[in-house]
Every structure is written in structure tokens, then in C-alpha cells.
Design a protein around this ligand. Structure first.
Ligand code: UDX
Length: 434
């Protein structure tokens, strides 16, 4: 099938590459010329496992093309997938500027019977209004499908190739059938719903997962008070298949480009209907509190961190990505700076992106060793494998004070206890001081 994809962010790029893998002829469109040039040379603008390898393979096989010339690609395609960004606007609602531009570009070039697939996460009701806008501008009825995306950053390719479900929302049977056919070679469950339900599924799923994280974080905070271990509690809860063990990892709150934005957008949508939706408001509040958890622990331990060298290990919002959007590290770094600490950070891939947001108020080390030498304390903020696997025993000898605040519970008790001299403060578990 000849497919055009508008937008080469995480969603657009991963989808494009994976549709190439199953044999479709895919053209990815973006307005950024530099980005397109790089992509045509097989260089990905984002860090994502497997992406560059599949990018090169599919370009070489002639199944994947990149262009800024949207006119030709739109006019020649049977399916147009819209995967442009819908960032958060000032009032919590999604900003639809890019989506509206995409709709105008489509309307100006679309041929009859082409199917428009909206993959961007859009407020409930948007698919109908985009359909109406395109039809208004192009002058004939179009076919439109809402096809929300559930991939996770850091495993975008895996999630696309092994999706647990594909949701196709459409009120036009021929359109949903064709999109089912497009995805068929993935051999994953496909469900067809109304457009409204498809839009709602995406938000409801993300808000549920965010709430699950806030819930376990609150349990972790209570575990600390009563002397329980949140990992044992989560394991005991997760064995009940009605609860499930996924997304019960306590930490320093959820971040990234989806959960924070989508929960806010859903609260905003509910508000438009006069519905206060208090559960989700609490989910957000709990998350904000959780982000300052390590700061509170540090203040409790030191009373004052002014002039102390505090090291942040991990800046990205989660491992295997260089994405800094809504990363808890931003709140932590800025909080430490405000308290007068000297902050040194290390991340295997996200330092450049972090610098764009946090700036040079903190120092960026080139290695773990450089960062931790002479430190008063280390905060583990992202659970990168290199941090999980580091020799704690050796690391603490390089620090001025062997104090670790672990925001991601990276270490087994035995590993911590193997250090002769350490103060270890995890989340939701008793500290280890020896
Ligand atoms: C998420 C959804 O998982 C995905 O389905 C959707 O399409 C986009 O949003 P992503 O943002 O890439 O994906 O990351 P995810 O792995 O879900 O983690 C989100 C945040 O939650 C991270 O900050 C992570 O650290 C945090 N998290 C996740 C926890 O704190 N505890 C957990 O148990 C799981």
C-alpha cells in the first residue's frame, strides 16, 4: 500500500519504519529540511533502539522515503497517516496548530477515496472536526479513521511490531476494513470502535496508567511510615491478575511526553462538561509531590544542602531515551539549585537535551566517575542499566560522603549491604545505614 505519514516524531517515524518492515511503500513528510536530509541518510533525530538499523534497511530496500514535498506524497497515497505533535497549550488543552496545518495540507492535495488516519493524540471530538475541516476545504466527502498510538518511548519499534492491540475508530466500514488490511501483517489483535470511543480509549488508558503510578507512589510513602517494603507490597498486589504487576514501580513520579499532558488534557475535557473529575486531579497532585521526594529526603538528612555537591545520575524521563519532556530531573535539579547546592549531573544520552531546558546552572559530567568524585550525595533519578550495574562498593569510596538517595530503587539489599560504609535511602523501603 502507498502510505504518506505527516510528522516524523516518535510516533510518525516508528510507524513509518514498521510499515516499511511489513512491505508497504511509505513516504514520511516533515517541514524541517535538515531533519529530512539526515533521515534520508539513515540518521535518526531521536534515540530509539533498533530505529536506525531498520531505517537504513528500509531506505535501502526502497520502501521508505523522506521528503518535505507534502503535495506530491499526499496526492499519490492511498492512506495518509497524521502523526504531528499536539503539545500542551497554556491552559492544559492540547495545542492543535500542527494538526490544523496538516488538515489544510491534506485538503489541498488529497484525491477522492484516500483514507486519512489520525494517530496524533487529540482531544475528544477532534477527529470529527478535522474531517469537517478537510471536507470543507477540499469540497468532497473524505474517509477518516481515528487510530490512537500506544507505543512507549525507548521501545517504540518493539511496541509497534508487537502491539497488544490496534484500535481503529471509524464510522465508515470500508475505511476501517482497509486500515485493518494495512495492519494485518503485524498479526496483532485489532479492534474496531466508534471514533469517539477510539479517542476516549487513548486518554482513558494513559490516565489509568498514570493513576496506577500515583497510587503505588502513595503506597510507597505510606510504606516508609509503617516500615513496610513497597516492592514486596507491589509484588503481592500484582499477583492478583485483576490488578496486574505492570506499572507498580514506585519512584519519583511519571514524566514524558504523554502521561502529564494527557491527564491534564482529560481533566480539561471533563471541565468543559462541568465535570470536576477529582480522581485525576489527585493523580496529578500526587505526581507533583512525588517529584520533590528526593529533595525532601536530602533536606531531612542534611537539614541544609547549601554548598553541598549533589550528583544527579540520570536526566532523561526514563531509560533508553534522550527525551527530557516533563522529566522529574528538571524539578529536582532546579530545586537543588534553589537550595544553594552545587549540582553535577550525568546521563548516558540526555545531557545535550537537558542543557536546552535546565541550562548551565548545573554541571554536566562526562562519566559517572567524574560526577561522583567528592560528592556529598548521589541521587539516582533515571534507572539506566549502567547505574543499576555500577559497582556501588567502589563508587561510594570516591564520594566525600557515601550517601545515596535512590529514586528508582535500583539496588538489591545485598548489594547495598556489601558496602561497608553507606547511607542508602530508597523509595518506599527502609533505609540502609551502615
Ligand atoms: C506512555 C505509555 O506507556 C504509552 O502507552 C503511550 O503511548 C505514551 O505514554 P512513555 O511515556 O513512553 O509511554 O513511557 P512509560 O514507559 O509508559 O513511562 C512513563 C512514565 O511513568 C516514566 O516517567 C516512568 O518512569 C514512569 N513509570 C512507569 C513509573 O514511575 N512507574 C512505573 O511502574 C511505570
Amino acid at each position: 500500500m502507498k502510505i504518506a505519514i505527516l510528522g516524523t516524531g516518535y510516533v510518525g517515524l516508528s510507524t513509518g519504519v514498521c510499515l516499511g518492515v511489513i512491505g508497504h511503500d511509505v513516504t514520511c513528510i516533515d517541514i524541517n529540511e535538515q531533519k529530512i536530509k539526515q533521515l534520508n541518510r539513515g540518521i535518526s533525530p531521536i534515540y530509539e533502539p533498533e530505529l536506525e538499523k531498520l531505517l537504513t534497511e528500509n531506505i535501502d530496500a526502497g520502501r521508505l522515503h523522506f521528503t518535505t514535498a507534502h503535495q506530491k506524497a499526499i496526492a499519490e497515497s492511498e492512506v495518509i497517516i497524521v502523526a504531528v505533535g499536539t503539545p500542551q497549550g497554556d491552559d492544559g488543552a492540547a495545542d492543535l496548530t500542527y494538526l490544523h496545518q496538516a488538515a489544510k495540507d491534506i485538503a489541498a492535495n488529497i484525491k477522492e477515496n484516500t483514507i486519512v488516519v489520525i494517530k496524533s493524540t487529540v482531544p475528544i471530538g477532534t477527529n470529527d472536526s478535522i474531517k469537517a475541516l478537510i471536507e470543507d476545504l477540499c469540497g468532497f466527502p473524505i474517509k477518516l479513521v481515528s487510530n490512537p498510538e500506544f507505543l512507549r518511548q525507548g521501545s517504540a519499534i518493539y511496541d509497534t511490531l508487537h502491539a497488544e492491540r490496534i484500535v481503529i475508530g471509524s464510522d465508515q466500514q470500508d475505511a476501517s476494513e482497509k486500515i485493518c488490511k494495512m495492519y494485518e501483517p503485524f498479526n496483532v489483535p485489532i479492534m474496531i470502535t466508534s471514533i469517539r470511543s477510539a479517542e476516549m480509549i487513548k486518554y482513558a488508558a494513559n490516565a489509568f496508567l498514570a493513576t496506577k503510578i500515583s497510587y503505588i507512589n502513595e503506597m510507597a510513602n505510606l510504606c516508609e511510615m509503617v516500615g513496610a517494603n513497597v516492592e514486596e507490597v507491589a509484588m503481592g498486589m500484582g499477583k492478583d491478575h485483576r490488578i496486574g504487576s505492570a506499572f507498580l514501580q514506585a519512584g519519583i513520579g511519571y514524566g514524558g511526553s504523554c502521561f502529564p499532558k494527557d491527564v491534564k488534557a482529560l481533566v480539561h475535557t471533563a471541565g468543559k462538561y462541568g465535570f470536576d473529575i477529582p480522581l485525576l486531579k489527585e493523580t496529578m497532585k500526587v505526581n507533583e509531590n512525588q517529584r520533590v521526594r528526593l529533595l525532601k529526603k536530602a533536606l531531612h538528612r542534611f537539614r541544609d544542602v547549601n554548598g553541598r555537591k549533589i550528583v544527579i545520575l540520570g536526566l532523561a524521563f526514563k531509560p533508553e531515551t534522550d527525551d527530557m519532556r516533563e522529566a522529574p530531573s528538571i524539578t529536582i535539579a532546579e530545586g537543588l539549585i534553589k537550595l544553594g547546592a552545587e549540582v553535577v549531573a550525568y546521563d548516558p544520552v540526555a545531557a545535550d537535551n537537558a542543557r536546552k531546558i535546565i541550562g548551565d546552572k548545573i554541571k554536566y559530567a562526562e562519566s559517572i566517575d567524574e560526577a561522583v568524585t567528592g560528592a556529598d550525595a548521589v541521587m539516582i533519578v533515571t534507572e539506566w542499566k549502567v547505574f543499576k550495574e555500577l559497582e556501588l562498593k567502589e563508587m561510594v569510596t570516591k564520594m566525600k560522603h557515601p550517601i545515596i538517595f535512590d529514586g528508582r530503587n535500583c539496588y538489591l539489599e545485598e548489594k547495598v549491604r556489601a558496602c561497608k560504609n553507606i547511607e542508602y535511602y530508597p523509595i518506599g523501603k527502609p533505609p540502609i545505614i551502615q
